[in-house]
Design a protein around this ligand. Structure first.
Ligand code: PEP
Ligand code: MG
Length: 325
């Protein structure tokens, strides 16, 4: 892989017709950050903070978390890192945190729902993130936001911590940018209220797809039944891009589809300009982008919104082949 894509690591992530994309990494461990330089990614679009929590024997206190996040920021150099607050309780559990058995964990007490019900835990994490970001930008986003009020509640907790830090006289972050993950379909219908209140949105397409189609993302019996390249998803994405562009809110996708070249091509054609993916996906996606004519693709995608059947993936593949992508 490295040899195959090595020659484009330092080349810009720009299409044939000059459309620039921001290509970022999904990370969870310190060791993942080395891929920033060996892939040439712009930054980290999703730092899953629960991963270091999952591999520890005990809950990391504020000091331990501050040290960890400082190290992450240090390793990133000047590149932006988007920290996602703890997302546990669905498919991820912590060995030292008593999770009750839940009939439907994906629909249950997880992510920001736990954060808002156990604010001490969320506050400690935000305190550590703020301390670690002294003198630089902090980008933080909340997982599984279902409505504007949840975002506001999470943001109010962050504001308390910002005030606390200010009172203590400790050095502050230069800026704090706050975002939401879009993973729960209800939020799409609350975006007009939400968009003026936040700094960015990141689409967690793994969960969003699971909830859109009511199809368990981990169930092999239905894994291939629905496709992110399908008319319902395409139309939903178009709606989303339209709203975010109109509001001037940066939008990105950090689910697995962003790292699959054909799916990424479709997202670019729909109008996404920022993607975040696992490190091995950067080379293939960037190479696809560099051979792409975005304006031709966008025109073609316009014809696909009314499609009724399962032919989108084939159609997009044919487009890619015909156009030397
Ligand atoms: C997603 O849901 O698409 C996402 C990026 O979050 P995770 O895979 O960690 O749930
Ligand atoms: Mg998710």
């Amino acid at each position: 892989r490295k040899r195959l894509y090595a020659e484009i690591i330092d080349e810009p992530a720009v299409s044939q017709d000059g459309v620039a994309m921001s290509i970022n990494l999904n990370c969870g461990l310190l060791i993942d950050l080395q891929h920033l330089s060996d892939t040439g990614a712009d930054g980290v679009g999703l730092y899953r903070t629960e991963i270091p929590f999952m591999i520890r024997p005990a809950y990391p206190d504020v000091e331990a978390q501050t040290e960890l996040y400082s190290r992450v920021l240090e390793l990133s150099g000047d590149r932006p890192i988007v920290f996602r607050t703890l997302d546990v309780g669905g498919d991820k559990s912590l060995p030292y945190f008593a999770h009750q058995e839940q009939e439907n964990p994906a629909l249950g007490w997880r992510a920001i729902r736990i954060g808002l019900d156990r604010p001490a835990m969320l506050r400690k994490q935000l305190r550590a993130l703020l301390r670690a970001s002294a003198g630089r930008d902090l980008r933080v986003m909340f997982p599984m936001i279902a409505e504007c009020a949840e975002f506001e509640a999470a943001r109010a907790i962050l504001d308390l911590e910002i005030e606390r830090l200010a009172r203590s006289g400790a050095p502050q972050p230069r800026r704090v940018l706050v975002g939401a993950m879009l993973e729960v379909p209800s939020l799409i219908w609350h975006l007009p209220a939400l968009l003026p209140r936040l700094d960015f949105i990141s689409v967690g397409s793994n969960d969003l797809m699971q909830y859109m189609f009511a199809a368990d993302r981990g169930n092999p019996r239905i894994n291939n039944r629905y496709d992110p390249l399908s008319p319902p998803m395409l139309n939903m994405f178009r709606h989303l891009v339209g709203l975010c562009d109109a509001a001037g809110v940066p939008l990105s996708v950090c689910g697995e589809m962003a790292g699959r070249p054909l799916d990424a091509m479709a997202l670019i054609g729909i109008g996404f300009r920022s993607l975040s993916m696992s490190p091995p996906a950067v080379g293939p996606v960037k190479s696809m982008l560099r051979s792409l004519n975005v304006s031709g693709l966008s025109d073609y995608i316009e014809t696909l919104y009314p499609v009724r059947d399962h032919s989108l993936r084939e159609k997009l593949r044919a487009f890619a082949l015909d156009h030397g992508v």
